[in-house]
Design a protein around this ligand. Structure first.
Ligand code: SF4
Length: 462
């Protein structure tokens, strides 16, 4: 086993397990505001298209689900009403049309992702309809990374075939936990057969990159029960695992109150599960990328990390460093140039804005110079597990130690702990530092101290 994980120190994990962002963006989403209007978005879109040669990453949000998983942290609408879907597709197409007309066809799509909710809640014909519509509005590059999140429940071979036909070459299958008691307590019943059907259909259709999503920290989970789930999952042998720490945030997701709180594993038990999970997956030959991601050593994500070309965006880790991200659909987020924007989070508002001929932007943020520098530093830390001070100094024309003098004071506790090394030209995460990356990254966040003090916004970091 990789020596870093030979002796996971639970006390240290406990010490640094505190609320903090996942840094899929910097500044983080609570900084986005309504001062950013659809008109500003339009100006930024036009400017970005005239200045940027970056390729495109597209995200499409399908917000519907059939039933509510009580642990859900996504923006979702539970409905058995397929009429809603038809209507949504109509509006999604309008939004795609409105944005794509500002984007020159010279800019190629290198990455595309359908998320939710449940993209596979669309019927096969609707998948083809939307997929072909997207293809007709953008210029697709070669070797595009085309991913779809799949809920095996309700999925048929025809769904998978339709996704494959429109270009899908990566699948993320939601499993969460194989244990039946955990499934009942979380209101997500999914037989092994159902999961295996989704997996086998993807393989049958030639998908070479399959990710399984699991969650630890769910009600009724124990170290032993989750170990059995992991054994089954490892036997399936997907290329990737995303193993999420369940974020219990009922102040943001009130439906989580439906979970029986007394059945949730304690913080101690969760850390034991995390320790076991890392040890088990690393022993099984998976590379721990950081945060929630484990991949086979041959996976492009492991290779990108080695080559220091890994990136982090709203879908987590990514191998497309320079792409501008445009999100479509209710609640989706865009990030291009130095701008972040997020669409309205209710269907009503999303539809209303499109009906009024506006971009359905709810909130957004224009980064300042300091944000750009800090974003770069936090990103490199999260992806490379090190910061090359010389690179930052050259890139931004600053003296690193001077510019980040306050951050370095905050970092000292981790240096004393022996999990961060600060030399004249590098900051290096080592050993257990990889498991408290979020907490270490917070040292470089200019806003975090006030945000954490004001109200609980973030889930715990471990
Ligand atoms: S399927 Fe996914 S998005 Fe839908 S309720 Fe369950 S966890 Fe949430």
């Amino acid at each position: 086993m990789n020596s870093i994980f030979a002796n996971i120190d639970i006390d240290l994990l406990k010490k640094y397990d505190k609320p903090g962002p996942r840094y899929t963006s910097y500044p983080t989403a609570p900084l986005f505001s309504q001062e950013y209007t659809p008109q500003l978005f339009k100006e930024d879109l036009i400017q970005n298209n005239s200045n940027s040669t970056h390729p495109l990453s597209l995200y499409f949000h399908i917000p519907f689900c059939d039933t509510l998983c009580y642990f859900c942290g996504c923006t979702t609408i539970i409905t058995p009403n397929s009429e809603q879907l038809k209507k949504y597709i109509g509006y999604l197409k309008k939004e795609i049309d409105a944005v794509s007309k500002y984007i020159t066809p010279q800019r190629k799509v290198v990455q595309l992702h359908w998320g939710g909710g449940t993209p596979s809640y669309l019927q096969p014909d609707q998948i083809r309809e939307v997929g072909n519509f997207i293809k007709g509005r953008f210029n697709f590059g070669q070797n595009i990374e085309y991913g779809v999140e799949i809920d095996p429940r309700g999925l048929t071979f025809e769904h998978m075939k339709a996704f494959r036909e429109i270009g899908m070459n990566r699948v993320s299958i939601g499993v969460q936990d194989f244990n039946e008691e955990v499934q009942v307590a979380s209101n997500r019943i999914q037989s092994e057969e159902t999961t295996m059907n989704a997996y086998n259909w993807a393989r049958e259709l030639g998908i070479k990159s399959i990710n399984l999503d699991l969650i630890y920290g769910l009600p009724k989970q124990t170290k032993e029960s989750f170990e059995k789930t992991l054994d089954k999952a490892i036997e399936i042998s997907p290329e990737r695992f995303a193993i999420f720490n369940f974020a219990y945030i009922p102040w943001l997701k009130p439906h989580q109150k439906l979970l029986n709180q007394s059945e949730l594993p304690t913080a101690d038990a969760k850390l034991q599960i995390l320790k076991m999970t890392i040890e088990k997956l690393v022993t099984a030959g998976y590379v721990y990328i950081g945060m929630d991601h484990f991949v086979k050593p041959t996976d492009e994500m492991a290779i990108a990390q080695k080559n220091k070309t890994l990136y982090r965006n709203f879908q987590g880790y990514s191998t497309n460093a320079q792409a501008d991200l445009f999100g479509f659909g209710m609640s989706s987020i865009s990030h291009f140039g130095t701008v972040y924007s997020q669409n309205h989070k209710t269907l009503e508002e999303y539809y209303k804005n499109i009906d009024e001929g506006k971009f359905p932007i709810h909130i957004g943020y224009r980064m300042n110079e300091d944000d750009v520098i800090r974003k770069f530093v936090i990103l490199r830390l999260m992806c490379d597990l090190e910061i090359d001070k010389n690179q930052i100094e050259r890139k931004f024309n600053i003296k690193f130690d001077e510019y980040f003098s306050e951050s370095l004071v905050d970092l000292q506790q981790f240096i004393d702990e022996g999990i961060v090394v600060n030399s004249s030209d590098k900051i290096l995460i080592q050993g257990m530092g990889r498991l408290v990356l979020r907490t270490i990254a917070m040292c470089f966040d200019a806003y975090i101290k006030n945000m954490v003090k004001e109200k609980p916004i973030f889930s715990r970091t471990v």
